[in-house]
Design a protein around this ligand. Structure first.
Ligand SMILES: NC(=O)c1ccc[n+]([C@@H]2O[C@H](COP(=O)([O-])OP(=O)(O)OC[C@H]3O[C@@H](n4cnc5c(N)ncnc54)[C@H](OP(=O)(O)O)[C@@H]3O)[C@@H](O)[C@H]2O)c1
Length: 310
């Protein structure tokens, strides 16, 4: 088969479409012939040499895939520890999902990573709550907005102004341009956030606590603004607040299987009803993954960039 390889860490130009051995599915695994994969920000870090695959995972990038199970002919999509940028992918059957009714196989590649990440971090108990989503224009953000709105939450999101119209179309009730506005002050004008889904990390830690409601919860999933910060615990205590921080890729087999089951139960019906749709910024042939990484690196996209195989 062919896969996108990373012969040495570096810029997008290092990504190389090369012939490599076919993966051999182990016990409990299925072999998927890829129709599409999608770019995640983590893939850029892996390419730069800052985010190695977990033990046992494929060395090729790609955290999600859609395609056809070579044994049964069934169309599926899957959450991966790596290896999605390839013509064939071996993955535990328990980490696969059916293609939701109403979506093409290709479109379904936009969902596994964002659905599993968002569901496992903010849960589905959001009715009547206020959710602050940082980076609403990201793959994660565009999914989180739709998911929370579908569940009956009020959604506030931060993004550069050029993306606001698209995010309002997805259902966001309030949009904040974090480059010009103080998001804490803006959130306080609206109310307070019961849940915050954060991708910035250190730079926003204290301000996120400031924006949090009493009994609120901050779920940190990204460190685009650094990893080390100081926090005045009195602010957290006073609010009886909690902070969680997780990375999906490093979770074990069983935890991922449980998350995939949760997504099937809680998210797939919302996709099949049309309440959530995959937000696809553009499609780029997988062999041109370097071009896809350049697009994601400058962050002009809204939603997901798909990598397709003819
Ligand atoms: N922990 C996990 O398990 C897990 C899983 C998946 C993803 N993630 C993380 O989630 C984040 C999103 O991933 P993705 O693949 O969806 O990324 P993506 O599509 O590449 O989007 C990145 C986004 O970051 C936004 N951004 C940068 N600085 C910001 C700031 N100060 N305030 C608000 N937004 C800001 C950009 O928005 P603008 O263009 O508006 O600036 C852009 O939309 C990444 O940090 C990724 O590492 C974590």
């Amino acid at each position: 088969m062919h896969a996108i390889t990373i012969p040495s860490a570096g810029g997008p130009e290092v990504l190389t479409w090369a012939e490599v051995p076919d993966p051999q599915p182990g016990a409990g695994e299925v072999l998927i012939r890829t129709v599409a994969s999608a770019v995640n920000r983590a893939d850029l870090l892996q390419r730069q040499g800052h985010y190695n695959p977990p033990p046992g995972a494929s060395p090729y990038p790609g955290l999600e895939v859609s395609g056809v199970d070579t044994a049964t002919g069934a169309a599926v999509c899957a959450l991966l520890g790596g290896g999605g940028y390839a013509e064939l992918v071996a993955v535990p059957a328990e980490h696969t999902l059916p293609i939701p009714a109403g979506l093409t196989v290709e479109e379904a590649a936009a969902l596994p990573e964002v659905a599993c990440t968002v569901w496992s971090n903010i849960g589905a108990d959001l009715a009547g709550k206020t959710l602050l989503v940082h980076g609403g224009g990201s793959g994660i953000g565009t999914f989180a907005i739709q998911f929370a709105v579908a569940l009956g939450a009020t959604v506030i999101t931060t993004a550069r102004r050029a993306k606001h119209e698209a995010l309002r179309e997805l259902g966001a009730h309030h949009t904040i341009d974090y480059t010009e506005q103080d998001f804490v002050a803006e959130v306080h004008k609206i109310g307070k956030a019961d849940v915050i889904l954060d991708i910035v990390g250190a730079r926003y830690l204290a301000r996120n606590i400031d924006a949090l409601a009493t009994n609120g919860r901050l779920a940190i999933i990204g460190m685009q603004g650094g990893a080390k910060a100081e926090l005045d615990l009195r602010a957290l205590l006073a609010k009886r607040g909690s902070i969680s921080a997780t990375a999906l890729r490093a979770r074990g087999h069983d935890e991922k299987a449980a998350i995939v089951r949760g997504v099937r139960d809680d998210v797939w019906p919302l996709v099949e009803s049309g309440a959530i749709r995959p937000v696809i910024d553009r499609r780029i042939p997988m062999r041109d993954a370097a071009e896809a990484h350049r697009v994601v690196e400058v962050s002009d996209h809204v939603g997901k960039v798909l990598l397709t195989i003819d």
